[in-house]
Ligand binder design. Structure first.
Ligand code: N01
Length: 552
């Protein structure tokens, strides 16, 4: 930027709000609604053309809710929304979730306060005014005392830096940035790189019409049948009639699901009983395969082995070619990478148009204009689908890279560790709140419900500041250290940190490696309530500066 540009920009009027929200996905939409209901003026920015966040971008073939499933992946703050909206399938397709979010945006008249197609390129805290100023890619500026970063835990695409990838002249897509125009696979040779949820959901769909699908697999995965089906009218009626009861169960469940979790331990059953229990769960599929299993699978190696062996046996039974089945055998502790639900993934390898390349023995050497070259030779392709995931949890915050006290950037502050308190706040970055940030249950929790709960807590915090004439709040570094120790203590009592996963940052080169999510969702929300009751212990506060327009 030239100094002339800078002067023009600085002379532009700054718009003033009480709260600025970055992101108009599930979390940002609720933040707008909640703070508006509190009587605050709110401005939301989003780069997309409409609401939806992850559901706006992740529209690859086969993309479906793969967590608790419908009708419980939705907002719960309003009974009216549940009464009015008809969920049709248990694992709703992306388009159904997006339609729901559009309906919510219409119903709550959210769009009037959202500026779409706008990228926030800078966010800075000013200590004198106790306000954040954001600057958009169009050069507009806005300021508010409070900045809510609803930037998405799974939104910064990971595009691997493989030699020649930018020379590839065929069609190239990332599942997390799927085009809005129809993509045809008919008659094409398609390579899919990556076998996480996105790869495993899309491969069987792509194989239905492609001439050939080459699956490029680095780590074999455990995946269980999604068993998507139509919801019956009785199930929807039950969800509506007993909305309060289901919500209460969700609030009490460690993952925010309305299920009773089985807490029996593996040794309580004989080998035959265990097998029978797993066999009973398998045909029902869905996330309940994991939640209704044994309570010690995530903490005991022996218990874990019973489940992983069961799934490996299923893979052997499904995949006809023993060599292919062998390559598909996962080895890590099951559930320590994000569990995956599929609709015919292993079965797809029985088709004669699907082949598997095991990158551990046959690594990619480079891409050319029209092929992928692995150690074993050159494979011509027309299309490359990158199902390579995201710089998860922390990536979108670092991409925003807000500047806190003294102009210190988040990249500087987080160079070795994602220092934070409660997974929401950061020392040196007063009045900034992250939704689903590192240190929160975020990606391990029913995300719409988690957003509602975090945002509700933040609303209470803003009221506390207002009532006490406080202009700024941030955690102390001591409370950040204690929080990190608490997050690590919970994770280290399980097998989760022992596997390379996006949960541990292992998928991104140079990223601090540790398990950064708070594993016990129900305890987390109890902790938040306790801290609020104790006057928001762990924070340092600053009186509102004279002449400062208080937000609330
Ligand atoms: O990403 P992933 P995803 N060379 O990181 C491989 C949520 N989600 O988009 O395992 C070769 O899980 C990588 O290999 P490895 C869900 O929570 C939700 O699939 O790191 N391979 C892996 O196989 C999910 O967990 C929904 O060895 C490379 C794959 O790419 C999360 O998003 C739908 C590579 C990436 O898997 C992320 O899922 C989809 C390289 N250089 C996803 N780099 C819905 O609810 C990466 N890989 C709709």
């Amino acid at each position: 930027m030239t100094s002339q540009d800078q002067r023009t920009q600085e002379s532009r009027p700054v718009e003033h709000y009480d709260v600025i929200v970055i992101g108009a996905g599930v979390s940002g939409m609720y933040a707008l609604h909640h703070f508006r209901e509190m009587g605050l003026s709110v401005r939301v920015y989003d780069a997309a053309k409409d609401v939806g966040g992850t559901w706006w971008y992740n529209r690859y073939p086969g993309a479906r809710v793969d967590g608790p499933g419908s009708p419980f992946y939705c907002y719960t703050f309003s009974e009216e929304l549940m009464q009015e909206w008809d969920w049709e399938e248990t694992q709703s397709e992306w388009s159904a979730v997006l339609a729901y979010l559009r309906y919510v945006a219409d119903k709550l008249d959210l769009r009037r306060d959202i500026q779409f197609e706008t990228w926030v390129r800078d966010a800075r805290y000013d200590e004198a005014t106790q306000r954040w100023t954001v600057e958009t890619d169009a050069g507009a500026r806005a300021s508010a005392p409070f900045l809510i970063c609803a930037v998405g835990a799974l939104s910064t695409a990971n595009v691997p830096n493989i030699p020649g990838i930018h020379d590839f002249a065929g069609e190239l897509y990332h599942t997390g940035r799927w085009p809005h125009e129809p993509v045809s696979f008919a008659g094409k040779r398609v390579a899919v790189l990556g076998t996480g949820s996105s790869g495993i959901q899309s491969i069987p769909e792509i194989a239905k019409t492609a001439a050939h699908v080459m699956v490029l697999q680095r780590t074999p995965q455990y995946s269980v049948p999604a068993k998507n089906r139509r919801l019956t009218p009785e199930e929807m009626a039950d969800a509506r009639a007993n909305f309060g009861k289901f919500r209460a169960r969700m609030l009490a469940h460690p993952g925010g699901f309305p299920f009773e979790t089985d807490t029996r331990a593996v040794p309580e059953h004989t080998r035959a009983q265990r097998r029978a229990h797993y066999e009973e769960l398998w045909p029902r599929g869905s996330f309940r395969f994991f939640t209704d299993g044994y309570g010690d699978v995530a903490t005991s190696e022996e218990a874990n082995a019973t489940l992983s062996e069961f799934i490996r046996d299923k893979i052997r039974a499904i995949v006809h070619d023993p060599e292919t089945a062998k390559k598909l055998m996962p080895e890590y502790f099951v559930m320590t990478k994000r569990p995956i639900l599929d609709d015919g993934y292993f079965e797809a390898f029985n088709r004669n148009n699907v082949t598997l390349i095991d990158l551990r023995e046959d690594p990619i050497e480079r891409f050319t204009r029209n092929s992928v070259v692995t150690r074993s030779g050159e494979h011509p392709i027309d299309m490359l689908v990158l199902a390579t995931g995201f710089d998860a949890i922390s990536g979108s915050m670092l991409r925003l890279d807000p500047k806190g006290r003294g102009g210190v950037s988040l990249r500087q502050r987080w160079h070795d560790h994602f220092h934070n308190y409660l997974g929401m706040t950061i020392a040196g970055f007063p009045n900034l709140f992250m939704i689903h940030g590192p240190g929160s249950p975020g990606v391990l929790y029913n995300m719409p419900l988690g957003a509602e709960r975090q945002i509700g807590w933040i609303g209470g915090f803003l009221r506390h500041l207002e009532k006490n004439g406080l202009g700024a709040a941030e955690p102390t570094t001591e409370s950040e250290h204690a929080w990190s120790a608490e997050v690590a203590g919970i994770a280290n009592a399980t097998l989760f940190p022992r596997t390379n996963s996006w949960w541990t940052g292992a998928n991104i080169e140079g990223k601090p490696r540790y398990f950064s999510a708070y594993l016990a969702g129900s305890i987390y929300y109890q902790r938040l309530a306790d801290l609020a009751a104790r006057g928001y212990a762990g924070f340092s506060f600053e009186q509102a500066h004279a002449g400062n327009t208080a937000a609330t």
